[in-house]
Design a binder for this molecule. Structure first.
Ligand code: ADP
Length: 260
């Protein structure tokens, strides 16, 4: 796992670089899309070239989608952390998750009823949960089970070294599936941006690298265990929020600090 994390960190700096390119690229794509739209408007409605224009537009929109994900990965988006009950955030998503994974996969929800609060951007929690559940459902295929759990954990120094985080109180969010699992060669690479085993158009390989970025940004940790043919378990650790009650602090909307 250490080698895996070291590699993910290396890739993270590549991500920053890519984020800069993505930003400029996005602006250029908007120029393309703007002109395509104008051309479409100025062409007679029965012009056979409309179909070509639509293809150009489709490709440009897909590129814009990809660069948006790349930007999110490079953490260029402003975030607004809030004091959260992770159980509540997950519960608000359950309906959507059930729809995403379909009827043949059971979704089990096991919240810890005395969960400590965390402080983070709720949309980041959504991103983590959705990405992990969609991956789990892809790994399952037709029939199976996804289990979502939360739990308070105290991480001691010995454990913290392994998890590459500070010792202290954490809230754990675990997503386990009864899917295909992963061989070691794949497990070693899953946090790399653009690493995917899915067919073109299905996977971008940015899901887990985005999650990794979010978790690191929040001084948390992520651990994976997987057994081929049996299933996979992702455990995300987020630091307990120790401040007073609700958002007493001024909300930050600033750019996220770089580094770990
Ligand atoms: P994507 O889903 O677009 O491929 P990710 O970064 O989310 O990108 O995942 C990278 C790869 O990790 C996947 O292509 C898949 O091979 C593997 N993976 C992720 N989650 C699971 C899982 N729950 N079970 C098995 N393999 C997984």
């Amino acid at each position: 796992l250490e080698a895996q994390l070291a590699q993910a960190q290396k890739m993270e700096s590549v991500g920053h670089l890519a984020g800069g390119v993505a930003h400029d690229f996005n602006n250029l794509l908007n120029v393309i899309l703007g002109h395509v739209e104008l051309m479409g408007l100025q062409m007679p409605p029965d012009d056979p070239q409309h179909a070509r224009l639509r293809q150009i537009e489709k490709a440009a929109r897909r590129s814009a989608d990809l660069t948006r994900q790349l930007l999110a990965f490079a953490r260029r988006q402003p975030i607004s952390p809030k004091v959260l009950d992770l159980n509540e955030t997950v519960e608000n998503m359950l309906k959507l998750l059930r729809r995403l994974i379909g009827e043949n996969i059971d979704l089990i929800w096991r919240p810890d009823s005395h969960l400590w609060p965390v402080k983070m951007d709720p949309t980041q929690v959504d991103q983590i949960v959705v990405n992990l559940c969609v991956n789990a459902s892809d790994a399952i295929g037709d029939h199976g089970r996804i289990t979502l759990e939360t739990e308070n954990v105290e991480i001691a120094s010995s454990e913290a070294r392994k998890l590459q985080c500070e010792p202290g109180d954490y809230v754990k969010l675990a997503v386990s599936d009864t899917g295909c699992g992963m061989e070691k060669e794949i497990l070693d690479r899953i946090f790399e941006p653009f690493f995917t085993t899915k067919e073109v158009g299905k996977g971008t390989g940015l899901g887990l690298s985005t999650i990794y970025g979010i978790v690191k940004q929040n001084q948390g940790s992520i651990e994976v265990t997987s057994e081929p043919g049996k299933g996979t378990r992702f455990e995300v650790y987020l630091p307990r929020h120790n401040g007073k009650t609700e958002d007493s602090e001024v909300e930050q909307d600033a750019e996220v600090p770089r580094g770990h």
